[in-house]
Design a protein around this ligand. Structure first.
Ligand SMILES: Nc1ncnc2c1ncn2[C@@H]1O[C@H](COP(=O)(O)OP(=O)(O)OP(=O)(O)O)[C@@H](O)[C@H]1O
Ligand SMILES: [Mg+2]
Length: 232
């Protein structure tokens, strides 16, 4: 399996308190890796560092063979597009349709007015529709995001990441707001995408039984470090 993402020796300190202390993680194409860890152990901070939303104090992040630490605006935006993020709160634009939310991802570097004025190319439209079909929403393309169920909204968020051709998906508690059945369906979708589309998924979860059922590999975070629990 191709190595997509390697973070080594990440450190992050807030006001003299170390949140990440020598955190390292690898992610390969085709694997679903779960991260477990107590609240406050640094999981979200690790994700923020991996996308450089937060600047690590030290460490290296190699994504698709390129060092991300130190990359500037344009190159960083380009790399970020290939790293999809999925959150507990879905983060959709409520008044836009499923299609438009996915297109916002496609037009990551274009201004929002292009989305609002529906200035999309045929290729963008095709890819957005294909991504929504891939997550089982072919019948909801034009439904407003705020009228979709929680599980459907999370599918839109995943489709948005797919449509922007992400190679890596960082999912921070993607099923924490969902009922158990919907949670299992979303994790099963993510796992299928790793195996069929060759994505690498790094996913924080709080429920050990879901981790056991879906993850190819399990990591745990403790005291700002990442430890491997199991290897596939
Ligand atoms: N911007 C910040 N300023 C100060 N402290 C911060 C900041 N961001 C995070 N922290 C602290 O860093 C620690 C780790 O937070 P983080 O959100 O990464 O934890 P987590 O493992 O994601 O927890 P949870 O499971 O509750 O989501 C916490 O103690 C938090 O208060
Ligand atoms: Mg968190």
């Amino acid at each position: 399996m191709t190595l997509l993402l390697t973070a080594k020796g990440l450190h992050k300190t807030y006001k003299g308190r170390a949140v990440l202390g020598d955190a390292s993680v690898n992610l390969r194409s085709g694997e679903f890796v779960a991260i477990l860890g107590a609240s406050g152990s640094g999981k979200t901070t690790l994700f923020r560092c991996l996308t450089r939303l937060v600047e690590p104090d030290a460490g290296t992040i190699i994504f698709e063979g390129r060092e991300l630490v130190g990359l500037r605006s344009h190159a960083l935006a380009k790399a970020r597009r290939r790293m999809g993020v999925v959150f507990q709160q879905f983060n959709l634009v409520r008044r836009l349709s499923a299609m438009e939310n996915v297109l916002v991802g496609r037009l990551a570097e274009a201004p929002l007015w292009r989305v609002m004025l529906r200035h999309f190319g045929d290729d963008d439209l095709r890819r957005a529709a294909a991504a929504l079909s891939a997550v089982g929403l072919a019948d909801h393309l034009h439904q407003r995001a705020d009228t979709l169920s929680g599980g459907q909204q999370q599918r839109v968020a995943i489709a948005r990441a797919l449509a922007q051709e992400s190679r890596v998906l960082l999912a921070d508690e993607p099923v924490a707001s969902l009922d158990p059945e919907t949670a299992a369906a979303i994790l099963s979708l993510l796992r299928d995408l790793t195996h069929t589309a060759g994505l690498g998924v790094l996913c924080t979860l709080h429920q050990p039984h879901l981790v056991e059922r879906f993850a190819d590999r399990v990591l745990t975070m403790e005291g700002g470090r990442v430890t491997s629990l199991s290897d596939a």
